[in-house]
Write a protein that binds this ligand. Structure first.
Ligand code: TRP
Ligand code: SF4
Length: 369
């Protein structure tokens, strides 16, 4: 049976290793020795795979013009899963690499059917504002809405349509509708237009995304191949990170508020979610003392690994204490809740200022209707 990833679906990817076999995504850990100061997601195996990251990195080190670009669908509240991507952008920006962020308002409108004004409001108030509050430098970042792009970007989308067949798209995406085809081709423009000599002229782009976005990147690479002579676009490099599990054990999603911690959750709400979260603990205290917990299957451990603990040794200690039965879930959750509270308090303070800045930016970049 063919394995297919649905970028608009609600399925969780359980076996990341399969993506290596089926789709030719390469394991990221082999590249670690080349990276001087890797991000914690790299050392912890959270960024698990890539396409052409080695080429991108080599160009970056040689001083070639490269940039990082990613995109967000403005369809709901900003949560810890989104924060994962922003952390990576901040990391690359601090290395001196240009950063671009697409607000995928066209996709949110046509595929997710979010009202137009909502996509714009959410794009500014939730996405751009939270990204700035998380440390993305507003003066060094290019934010753009898909529907307010340069006409030449739209021209690319029109031209791409000539180079793909319906069968090919169906093989990648499964069941299709015009809105999804448009969204896919629009995303191909996002991940390629900056390599056009008149639209940015970058040697290469790196696209950090969750693994569910790989179908779009495969399509982009195919289209670029077919156009290499005609348009001079270059294939994107990409990295893939694991998703955080929803706190309730399913997929983390804005549509199920208890599955996610939103960056605007009140301290009370956030605490409640942590205390209710699914852990890798045993049924009774005695059992846990004897057998130890299972941090590999614990959403609280994920909170530590993805967000709350910077120091690898400290994280390892929690892991070992859990495994050995020394640490029990109650105590562990209290510590996570406290760290989360500290983060949210700081973040929400920064967010007030960031909102003002986001509105300023919006005057230039937000669509008028
Ligand atoms: N499809 C992405 C999502 O669902 C959003 C997106 C649009 C994107 N354009 C992009 C992501 C370019 C990465 C690069 O979230
Ligand atoms: Fe998870 Fe902590 Fe319980 Fe271990 S002790 S299972 S890491 S909550």
């Amino acid at each position: 049976m063919a394995l297919r990833i649905d970028p608009w679906g609600h399925t969780t990817i359980k076996e990341y290793e399969k993506l290596f076999q089926y789709f030719g995504i390469k394991p990221f850990k082999e590249l670690l020795p080349q990276i001087d100061k890797p991000h914690k997601y790299m050392t912890r195996g959270i960024i698990f795979g890539h396409r052409d990251f080695d080429k991108f990195w080599k160009l970056y080190k040689e001083g070639a013009r490269v940039a990082v670009l990613t995109g967000f669908m403005p369809s709901g509240r900003f949560h810890l899963g989104h924060k994962m991507v922003v952390e990576q952008l901040v990391y690359y920006q601090r290395l001196g690499i240009d950063v671009y962020v697409a607000i995928a308002d066209a996709e949110a409108y046509s595929v997710r059917k979010i009202p137009r004004e909502e996509t714009i409001r959410i794009g500014v108030e939730e996405y751009i504002a939270n990204m700035i509050a998380l440390g993305l430098d507003p003066d060094k970042t290019v934010f753009y809405f898909q529907t307010k792009q340069d006409p030449r970007y739209y021209r690319l989308i029109q031209m791409f349509s000539r180079k793909v067949t319906f069968n090919e798209l169906e093989a990648i995406y499964g069941e299709l509708e015009p809105a999804k085809i448009m969204a896919a081709l629009t995303q191909v423009a996002d991940v390629t237009y900056l390599t056009h000599r008149d639209l940015g002229g970058y040697e290469m782009l790196l696209i950090p995304v969750g693994a569910d976005q790989d179908p779009h990147l495969r399509l982009a690479r195919d289209i670029v191949d077919r156009y290499s002579r005609e348009l001079g676009l270059k294939p994107p490099a990409s990295t893939y990170h694991r998703f955080m599990t929803g706190l309730d054990g399913g997929k983390m999603s804005s549509s199920r508020p208890d599955s996610a911690i939103f960056l605007t959750d009140s301290i009370e709400e956030a605490r409640r979610k942590v205390f209710r979260a699914l852990t890798g603990g045993r049924a009774t205290i005695e059992e846990q003392r004897k057998l130890g917990g299972i941090p590999e299957q614990c959403t609280v451990f994920e909170l530590y690994a993805y967000h709350l603990i910077e120091d690898d040794r400290e994280l390892e200690k929690i892991y070992n204490d859990c495994k050995s039965g020394r640490l029990l879930c109650g105590e562990c959750k209290r510590r996570a809740a406290k760290l989360l509270e500290e983060f949210l308090r700081k973040h929400q303070k920064r967010l007030e200022k960031a909102r003002e800045k986001a509105r300023e930016i919006a005057e230039e970049v937000a669509p008028e209707f």
